[in-house]
Design a binder for this molecule. Structure first.
Ligand SMILES: Nc1nc2c(ncn2[C@@H]2O[C@H](COP(=O)(O)OP(=O)(O)OP(=O)(O)O)[C@@H](O)[C@H]2O)c(=O)[nH]1
Ligand SMILES: [Mg+2]
Length: 444
């Protein structure tokens, strides 16, 4: 173990998790069957082990686990002036508002004549590029692709945006992108404004207004103008969770539209939560666990005093920190939740049975708690779960301990994340309902 690692392991508080949390982790760990995990990875690990030895596997897994952090992602958002590009870029980077750094200025008077980069606050390598739209006086079709402001070749994905009819210019641009093999999609913004103006028209004409009909009409109009194109998303930049609109689908399209590593980089950078996005994050984090088990069995695992167990406390503590951040349960997230709910964190945690704060453990804390959590749980698993043939028994124990602990911790945090998401969603809905009530004229 390196000196830096030793220092990190022994830094911070060595507080043991409280009794209740230990019991909870233990009961979950008891239920986790890790053999399915093992059998699926065993073969490929044995292969790499033969080829590269212990060091080779370690490096390969570390690369697989952490490489998303080094992935560059350039996403172009193009569209004519005023269609809502800046609003979208703020929304997708986590609903950034005017008071936050990196806010893209939104307004009616600005005009996109120069491209501008907007890095994601969680990941400076994920950049949204605000590009001028095609077909204007300054950016006519015939010079658009070669224009020095556009740099057409450098993007991993194109988002083509309009707030009313898509024209032949946007279809032409899609054709040009298709030739390069890069992915693209269409976004139709300001759907809410069209719904509102339909409501006014219908009210004047004393006809019934149905927002779903307006949405269908917009979808049909997009189809008419874009022909065979399938990837068309209707959104309201001011409310990314609008029901019946497509922000969540658009987000998932972006996740799925990239290669594996870029897809992970996108998923892990974005701090937006809906039930489906949360599920994707959980699935992805769960997939990392076997690799973490192997890493802990290959390096850094140290004996847990007084037992036959070994574990890599630092690895488990770091991974727990990643889960909490990814699932919207970090200390900062909990502070924001407490502000939003106007309730001190401990009372909030008590009222909604949230465990994530209790899991804010240091490496030393994990090691101390592992004794309590793991002794019988892991011993019963050893022998069944051999990650790689020829490994010493200590490594096997470490693998089993790490996998069981991480699975258990993730499943506890998953429950918290779902509770928090429900709280945030119902709070947002209530606020919006209040806004509607406030804006309602008397007698409406
Ligand atoms: N109702 C509604 N208004 C929106 C939406 N998106 C943007 N707007 C408004 O439309 C106006 C222009 O939005 P921007 O985001 O500045 O548009 P832009 O494409 O960046 O404009 P340029 O920078 O001039 O090219 C602003 O007043 C926004 O508040 C939306 O989805 N719904
Ligand atoms: Mg703008």
């Amino acid at each position: 173990m390196s000196d830096a690692r030793k220092k990190e392991l022994h830094s911070g508080s060595d507080e043991v998790l409280d009794d209740q949390t230990v019991k909870l982790i233990k009961s979950r760990a008891d239920k986790e069957d890790i053999n399915d995990e093992c059998s699926s990875v065993k073969a490929s690990l044995e292969e790499s082990f033969k080829k590269h030895g212990v060091k080779g596997i370690s490096a390969a897994i570390k690369d697989k686990m952490d490489n998303w952090e080094n992935e560059k992602l350039n996403i172009a958002v193009t569209g004519r002036s005023g269609v809502g590009k800046s609003s979208f870029i703020n929304a997708i980077r986590g609903d950034i508002d005017e008071s936050q750094p990196g806010y893209a200025t939104v307004g009616n008077n600005e005009c996109t004549k120069q491209r501008k980069a907007y890095p994601h606050p969680n990941n400076k390598l994920l950049i949204f590029w605000d590009l001028p739209g095609v077909g204007t006086d300054t950016f006519p079709r015939n010079t658009y692709l070669k224009h020095p402001e556009i740099r057409f070749q450098m993007y991993d994905m194109f988002i083509i945006m309009a707030c009313d009819r898509f024209t032949q210019d946007e279809s032409w641009l899609a054709e040009e992108i298709k030739k390069t093999g890069r992915p693209y999609l269409f976004v139709r913004s300001k759907v809410d404004a069209q719904i509102d103006s339909d409501a006014i028209r219908k009210r004047k004409a004393m006809k019934p207004h149905n927002p779903l009909t307006v949405i269908d009409e917009i979808r049909e109009d997009c189809k008419q103008n874009l022909g065979q194109e399938k990837n068309i998303y209707l959104i309201n930049n001011n409310d990314i969770f609008s029901t019946n609109l497509d922000f969540e689908k658009l987000f998932l399209h972006l996740v799925d539209g990239f290669s594996e590593l870029k897809s992970e980089a996108f998923l892990y950078s974005i701090h937006i939560f809906t039930p489906e996005i949360l599920q994707r994050k959980i699935n992805s984090l769960r997939k990392r666990i076997w690799g973490m088990g192997v890493l802990s069995s290959l390096s850094g695992a140290i004996p847990i005093p007084g037992t036959s167990l070994v574990a890599d406390g630092l690895l488990i503590a770091n991974e727990t920190r990643l889960y909490r951040k990814q699932l919207g349960l970090s200390n900062d997230d909990m502070q924001s939740l407490s502000l939003m709910m106007n309730m001190p964190i401990d009372i909030l945690a008590d009222k909604y049975s949230l465990k994530s704060l209790a899991l804010a453990c240091t490496a030393k804390g994990v090691m101390a708690s592992s004794v309590l959590i793991c002794s019988e749980v892991v011993e019963s698993a050893v022998g069944l779960a051999v990650p790689v043939i020829g490994m010493p028994i200590g490594a096997v124990v470490s693998f089993a301990t790490t996998v069981k602990l991480l699975r258990s911790i993730l499943s506890i945090l998953e429950e918290d994340a779902r509770i928090v998401l429900k709280l945030v969603m119902s709070h947002t809905m209530n606020n919006m309902q209040n806004d509607v009530d406030i804006n309602k004229k008397p007698g409406e």
